[in-house]
Design a protein around this ligand. Structure first.
Ligand code: PBG
Length: 324
């Protein structure tokens, strides 16, 4: 194996040979595109910190989803910005809420496109927290019931997959039970099993208008310093009935994606979050980085770590590059 008998450069000599020995691939099949739906009509408002991403009212959402579908991207994940927010996030489980309306429209117009819904209360509560708040504390068990209602309401509207992102203990089990009871035993749960309390969600909170009014999410999202705890979270969600596991964010947590992939056999998704996207966009705008190149390098690194699916704001751009 030593020089000069082994020369690794022999198989890097040209494009064709590099193609033959390539170990990991990114395909359009791996991509999931996040979309933000807002109440109202004819809204298409660019999110300043996420260039190329918009808050869209339903008819514009359908148009955008058509483009996504035509590019061959199999799925979108929806986040909702309701008209009214209140202390218990009523908009989240309203059968005529913004997400429910959007899901019905999408499944009607583009039945082939997989629609995943984010199940959380933070976009619907006036305090911006992911659950019911009492004396400044986010209550776990009373929140479970609302999350279960939200998931059932999404499934009733036609959601193909529900994705709880709240990080309350026991929510996968509560959602599974409620879905089964209502006859949605066929609806899979993509669990945000391993979600860290991350600063990289900054731009998203502008987009979804979900910044907490006080405090932070450290009492339910994971401490960035922990690895073993991620394994326990994943194990727990599997035992409660998760069909797919997600790790979030992606790039600063490639080691976690790798370990989850090694230890569990369920499909693994990684969320290449808003901050990961925006910082590269900003650097590219300044001419400091080549956006297409670092986008593809970032996405293949997430595949190399072991993710099957990647939720990314670059899904459309990456699909276009892959098509070339
Ligand atoms: C919560 C949720 C968040 C993101 C996805 N779902 C924000 C949070 O936990 O504060 C972040 C996604 C991103 O940054 O791109 N509903």
């Amino acid at each position: 194996m030593f020089f000069p008998s082994y020369r690794p450069r022999r198989v890097r000599k040209n494009k064709q040979i590099r193609r033959m020995v390539r170990e990991n691939r990114l395909s359009v099949d791996n991509l999931i595109y996040p979309l933000f739906v807002i109440h109202g009509k004819k809204v298409k408002k660019e999110i300043p910190s996420m260039p190329g991403n918009f808050q869209l009212s339903v008819e514009n959402l359908v148009r955008e989803a058509r483009t996504v579908h035509k590019l061959g991207i199999p799925a979108v994940i929806l986040f909702g910005i309701p008209k009214k927010k209140d202390a218990v996030g009523s908009g989240a489980y309203d059968d005529h809420g913004v997400i429910q309306t959007a899901v019905r429209a999408l499944k009607d117009k583009i039945p082939d496109l997989i629609v995943i819904t984010d199940v959380c209360l933070c976009e619907y509560t006036d305090h911006g927290h992911c659950g019911i708040v009492e004396k400044g504390e986010i209550l776990n068990d009373p929140t479970l019931e609302l999350l279960a209602r939200e998931a059932v309401s999404h499934a009733r509207a036609g959601a193909d997959i529900v994705a709880p992102s709240d990080m309350m203990d026991g929510r996968v089990g509560a959602i599974r039970e409620a879905l089964d009871e209502e006859g949605f035993d066929d609806t899979p749960i993509l669990s945000y099993a391993v979600k860290y309390a991350s600063g990289f969600y900054g731009p998203f909170r502008d987009a979804a208008e979900s910044t907490p009014g006080f405090g932070d999410r450290a009492s339910h999202q994971m401490d960035p310093a922990n690895t073993r705890e991620a394994m326990r979270e994943a194990e727990m969600d599997i035992s409660e009935g998760a069909d797919m596991l997600m790790v979030k964010p992606a790039l600063p947590y490639l080691d976690i994606i790798y370990r989850i992939r090694e230890e569990f056999d369920l499909p693994v998704a990684a969320y290449n979050v808003s901050g990961e996207f925006s910082m590269i966009k900003a650097a590219a705008k300044k001419g400091w980085l080549d956006e297409e190149r670092v986008m593809m390098e970032s996405l293949i690194s997430i595949r190399r770590a072991g993710a099957d699916m990647i939720l990314t704001y670059w899904a459309k751009d990456a699909a276009k590059v892959l098509r070339k």
